[in-house]
Design a protein around this ligand. Structure first.
Ligand SMILES: *Cc1c(COP(=O)(O)O)cnc(C)c1O
Length: 446
């Protein structure tokens, strides 16, 4: 395979162990896409079970999105928002504000930068309103907010984040429930109350992935839990930041997770699906109350001194506008409950003794794998990883987080493909673990 050997010579892949990558038999070179399918250089087809990393909600080669990007190419590919503006950004910002009830949109390029921008804005707003002691942030245990140094500081996943601790600022770490269960949530809230009592005065903001911690392997909490946390933050005088990079644009069955809760965020971070998974774009939304803390004569230096070169790139914004059009024209959000129920049925239909737990919310699914006796697999067995790779032989691209196999299909995936996808995962489970592995196999699968 020429592409692969040339890849091994020069590419460095994200979140990928080089030794494993260079030896894996199931590496694929994706050349084309078609709706919910990916097609490799050998012409083999795979269901896109990760929405190309949680962003391609409408399918590949969508005619409306393709046309919007082409039309924008005929006008201009890039101009800057530093000291200039462009029609697409104006229109898209108006529409995002109308959809969220927020007032201001600051564009950047990725989920990480959307969070980074919210952090710096919240901090600077506190400084400039005279709350100089508010220099800290509260975040949940097992949180994931991106890979830049600020967003990693908020992160609570040791596997990803521990090595960087000496570089990071220390967040006030709130416990997070693993499942939306009342007793566990009550205990977490009790501890959160203590932490807010102790640290509330020094907090600039609470940052949270609303309703589900995706990268932690789909850890859920209830609407009531999130509302209670938001209320604690508010009472402490801290801003509330919702990181909807994963949950935004329909993933949880509503356009935004915020639509399901009472607490109104002061900041909303959007990225991933914002362009239908076409081009990199992110938005940090906030209120005029926050924006007004940045006004004043120039020599007071209240300006937000932050901006990326490709901030609000017109091609990306054109894809984002077309994404909103398609969501509206196809009544995508109204259709989601039916599709989510179908994903649930497809997950329930996967039969294997190593499925320890099925996690599901909206169009997010996770199969937690353990040995048949309920004990976790040793990390070196790489069970989740091997199951993900094996699924490729059965026509599906999925990814795992540890030993949780994640299913994040495009929001337009219909019932037959949803079932094909989960059947591919089932076949992969049999490939890697056998049909009914004996409990006494020393925990190490073949
Ligand atoms: C993916 C993700 C991010 C980071 O987004 P990137 O575009 O990968 O930088 C941040 N927060 C959440 C909740 C995410 O799922």
């Amino acid at each position: 395979m020429r592409w692969l050997s040339r890849d091994y010579a020069h590419l460095w892949h994200p979140f990928t162990q080089a030794d494993e990558w260079e030896r894996a038999e199931q590496n694929r070179v994706i050349e084309r896409g078609e709706g919910v399918w990916l097609i490799d250089t050998e012409g083999r087809r795979y269901l896109d079970g990760t929405s190309s990393l949680w962003c391609n909600i409408l399918g590949h080669r969508h005619p409306k999105l393709d046309a919007a990007v082409r039309a924008q190419l005929d006008r201009i590919a890039h101009t800057t928002l530093l000291g200039l503006t462009h029609p697409g950004a104006v229109e898209h910002a108006e529409r995002l504000c109308a959809l969220t009830g927020l007032d201001r949109v600051f564009y950047s390029d990725s989920g990480s930068t959307a969070v980074e921008v919210a952090l710096k804005m919240a901090f600077q707003a506190c400084q400039q309103r005279g709350d100089r002691q508010r220099t800290r942030f509260a975040a949940l245990n097992e949180a994931y907010h991106g890979d830049t140094v600020g967003s990693v500081s908020l992160g609570g996943i040791d596997l990803f984040h521990a090595v960087y601790r000496p570089l990071l600022f220390e967040a006030v770490r709130l416990p997070s429930p693993e499942r939306a269960e009342a007793a566990e949530e009550a205990a977490c809230l009790e501890r959160a109350r203590e932490l807010f009592a102790q640290h509330g005065h020094e907090l600039a903001a609470l940052v949270v992935e609303p309703l589900v911690q995706g990268a932690a392997g789909l850890r859920r909490h209830s609407v009531a839990f999130l509302d209670a946390l938001g209320t604690l933050a508010r009472a402490a005088g801290a801003y509330v930041v919702f990181d909807e990079v994963a949950t935004g644009f329909g993933r949880l069955g509503t356009l935004f997770a915020a639509d399901q809760v009472s607490v109104r965020p002061d900041f909303l971070c959007l990225a991933k699906a914002i362009t239908g998974g076409y081009l990199p774009l992110a938005a940090t939304l906030t209120t005029n109350a926050v924006y007004d803390h940045f006004r004043g004569p120039y020599p007071e230096y209240r300006t937000f001194f932050h901006g990326h070169t490709y901030t609000g790139n017109p091609l990306a914004v054109a894809a984002a506008l077309a994404t909103l059009d398609v969501i509206e024209e196809t009544r995508l959000v109204e259709r989601l409950p039916g599709r989510a129920a179908e994903l649930r049925r497809a997950l329930d239909a996967v039969a294997h003794p190593c499925i320890h737990e099925r996690r599901h919310l909206g169009m997010m699914g996770g199969l937690v794998l353990r040995g048949p006796d309920g004990s976790g697999f040793p990390a070196e067995a790489r069970v989740g990883h091997r199951v993900s790779l094996a699924a490729r032989k059965h026509g599906a691209i999925v990814r795992n987080l540890g030993d949780t196999v994640m299913l994040m299909p495009p929001l337009v995936m219909e019932a037959p493909e949803l079932h094909t996808l989960t059947r591919a995962v089932e076949a992969a489970l049999v490939d890697v673990l056998g049909a009914s592995p004996a409990a006494d196999e020393s925990g190490l699968p073949r």
